[in-house]
Design a protein around this ligand. Structure first.
Ligand SMILES: Nc1ncnc2c1ncn2[C@@H]1O[C@H](COP(=O)(O)OP(=O)(O)OP(=O)(O)O)[C@@H](O)[C@H]1O
Ligand SMILES: [Mg+2]
Length: 257
């Protein structure tokens, strides 16, 4: 198996007196989808924000391609090739697809925006992800459906030679057909060799696209399991009790202290 692209070792994070993440270890492998699951408040979004440089960690180590790195802000994460797609998407409604994909990182030529170059790159990225539902890259984002927006947000994340893409509940607000499109896209990102982390509450989605499942329980990593080795029921137990048979935290009740 290939070397992990991203390794978390002993990550701790508190907000004031609230200790949210306890000694989190996690490997993200290139070409794989790692699902990050856990109950509301388990710490999933916080962990993603720590990786993305939005929250500083209190202790622990992050390795990228085997090298220790210090991600101090979103810019550091982006420079490494770590991109995050947040649930609220953060696309600008009043701009078109190209403008959104290049927002803050516009390409210029002779002091002017290089519209045709950006347009071409946007088209190429969407095509490489086999996105066919968006008719024109000059469509204003306000007129796109939820699924199309999510697609643009993901395409935006992979436009920058990304190595790792973190998706925080990308299908939470989507219907059946749109969820299908986004899950296909998630799979394609992994097939292109990216390390993908997918946060989801939907066990069907998780079992469909994930190679492995990381189960957070009250801010602790209860278990990281291969999807093929576990049942839905076991994962639900890990999420709700921190333990399932031989898997999980030895004394889950200790985690509540
Ligand atoms: N900026 C913050 N300041 C203080 N506490 C926070 C902050 N962000 C998150 N928390 C707390 O950290 C804990 C974990 O929250 P987080 O958002 O990471 O959970 P989650 O697993 O993403 O949950 P959900 O499934 O509901 O999205 C919660 O108890 C939350 O109240
Ligand atoms: Mg969350």
């Amino acid at each position: 198996m290939s070397e992990p692209i991203l390794e978390l070792r002993g990550i701790n994070k508190s907000f004031g007196p609230v200790h949210v993440l306890h000694d989190i270890d996690l490997d993200v492998n290139p070409g794989e989808v790692t699902a990050l699951v856990g109950d509301n408040g388990a710490g999933k979004s916080t962990l993603v924000k720590c990786i993305a440089g939005i929250h500083p960690t209190d202790s622990g180590e992050v390795l990228f391609a085997g090298e220790p790195v210090h991600i101090k802000g979103p810019r550091d994460a982006a420079d490494l090739g770590i991109e995050v797609v947040y649930q609220d998407l953060a696309l600008a409604d009043n701009l078109d697809i190209v403008q959104n994909m290049f927002l803050g990182r516009e390409r210029t030529k002779g002091g002017l925006l290089d519209e045709s170059d950006m347009e071409q790159a946007a088209r190429k990225t969407l095509a490489s992800l086999s996105v066919r539902t968006v008719k024109s890259v000059r469509t204003q984002v306000s007129s796109l459906s939820g699924g199309q927006r999510q697609t643009v947000a993901i395409a935006k994340a992979v436009l920058w030679n990304s190595k790792v893409v973190l998706l925080d509940e990308p299908t939470a607000a989507l219907g059946v057909a749109q969820t299908r499109q986004v899950l296909d896209l998630v799979r394609r990102l992994a097939e292109q060799g990216l390390g993908v982390v997918l946060i989801s509450h939907n066990m069907n989605d998780v079992f469909e696209v994930a190679d492995k499942i990381a189960c957070l329980y009250l801010g602790r990593m209860a278990a990281v399991v291969s999807t093929k080795d576990v049942t839905h029921g076991q994962v639900v137990e890990l999420i709700t009790a921190g333990r399932s048979g031989d898997l999980g935290i030895a004394r889950p009740e200790a985690a509540t202290i």
